[in-house]
Design a protein around this ligand. Structure first.
Ligand SMILES: *[C@@H]1O[C@H](CO)[C@@H](O)[C@H](O)[C@H]1NC(C)=O
Length: 234
């Protein structure tokens, strides 16, 4: 093989490896909530490798964390939030946000998020662009899609979980890749809602769910069914 061609192939292989991402920093109403990456967001096991979780039944599907974070950040109910991404979110798939209320007497700085405690507040659906390509909200950006903390969410400490499910290889079992992180937050000025349905993580997802084992080329955008419970919008 001609040396230049080999170099080009090696470079494109490296680019493929780098086409993964982490979400190390929460942004609240346009302001960085964290003085540096991973200060209220729990560092994930893939902080260096950037590899996604491939088994949605594994313990890593909850927060993928390697350690707790030092801080708890305040988030007003009704705030708009998103996360910065370390790389371009180039893979197709939904972005979802979940919350879990920290039990009485526990702290968001140490609680592990176990039990039937998680509710979903947001998901995205694909659409077809002018080139007849299926595209997803937030695809190819360096941040996750915005969502709003429902104003009716009761005040208190929570774990906030963001997830982007990369579906480019999802037509084979355990081919979907889950990119996610959890932040330690305190919701203030909240309401009197009763969030639900509540699910556990792991538990809410199976590798055969139609939104996880899916050939995007074989479905219409509106046929996509995101995994997990229905949305609680307050
Ligand atoms: C997302 O939220 C930020 C503020 O946090 C805002 O500046 C931006 O316009 C929002 N983006 C969209 C697409 O609504």
């Amino acid at each position: 093989m001609h040396p230049e061609i080999l170099v080009a192939l090696l470079l494109s292989a490296a680019a493929t490896v780098n086409a993964h991402y982490t979400f190390p920093r929460l942004i609240i109403n346009g302001q960085s909530a964290e003085v540096k990456d991973w200060s209220a967001t729990r560092m994930t096991k893939n902080a260096n490798s950037k590899q996604g979780v491939e088994n949605p039944a594994s313990a890593d599907i909850r927060c993928y964390s390697s350690q707790n974070a030092a801080n708890i950040v305040t988030v007003p109910a009704g705030a708009t939030i998103h996360y910065l991404s370390t790389q371009q979110i180039n893979h197709p798939g939904p972005t979802q946000y979940y919350l879990a209320k920290v039990p009485e007497g526990r702290s968001a700085a140490s609680w592990d998020g176990s039990g039937t405690v998680w509710f979903k507040i947001f998901t995205t659906m694909p659409s077809v662009d002018s080139n007849k390509q299926m595209t997803w909200p937030g695809q190819n950006e360096y941040k996750t899609t915005n969502t709003t903390i429902p104003a009716a969410t009761p005040s208190g400490e929570y774990l906030l979980r963001v997830e982007q499910i990369a579906l480019h290889l999802a037509s084979k079992a355990n081919g979907a890749q889950f990119y996610l992180s959890c932040s330690q937050i305190k919701i203030t000025g909240g309401g009197n809602g009763t969030p639900g349905p509540l699910v556990s993580l792991p538990g809410a997802y199976k590798s055969t769910d139609p939104g996880i084992l899916v050939n995007l080329g074989a479905i219409k955008p509106e046929e996509y069914k995101a995994p997990g419970p229905g949305i609680w919008s307050g």
